[in-house]
Design a protein around this ligand. Sequence first.
Ligand SMILES: [Zn+2]
Length: 263
Amino acid sequence: MLERRELFPNVIELNFQARRRLGCCVYLIFSGSDWMLLDIGYADTVDEIIDLIRQMDFPLANCKYLVATHADADHVQGFQRAKELLPGSQLVAHPDAKIILESNDRIASFAEIPAQGISIDMPNFVIDKEVDEGTTLELGKLKIQVWHTPGHAVGQLAFRLGNLLFSGDNIFRDGCVGSIDAHHGSDLPAFIDSLKRIQKSSVEWLLPSHGPAFRNEAKLLQSAIDRLDRYQHMADFGTCAVDWPLLDEWEAELAKGQNPAAS
Ligand SMILES: [Zn+2]
């Protein structure tokens, strides 16, 4: 049997377990012999991940849930292969992520970025169980609260387990946030609300979907909130902005006939 490297009680992260970077974070949460996975990553790492899980002595028949934190290809592509290996599990997602995955919306899932030549194969998904704000996922003795935290993506979920929050692509240890992209359904005001909610919560640790876990520090969250607040009034993220004050200033200058070259 492979030694279980628990990141926190009842929580294993597969990159940490493997001591190398496999892809996005893949969290295995367990209680007794029941277990579940949050995200899986790309299909080409699934067999290795399931093999590690088998070697840690988790019965494959006892995987209850395979949960998509959101619909992005780099988080979910491998779920089809995982379900073949874990036929007793249910594929779980937010209703908005279910729509993207079941309709194979390749733009919203970042499977297709034509301008960059990115084109990723996506399987045909069937979501078995929808979860949303307020849902509790029960796993053995554990109760995992589902938070809907849109902003990066419409169906972005976070999951609270005691003082831990599996925080998805909301924020990372360096203060970066999940990418802001109109085609992806990003929403700056919603993103700010999600970050404020995390900041104000009593959660002590954030377990993100990329990179290492880190403490829920108000200062780090505030720097991201302030940055996104500025983006709301800048052209940097195009139609994700709520306004662009420069155009109002220009309008006033045009009306006055103000010549910028003369000032
Ligand atoms: Zn991501």
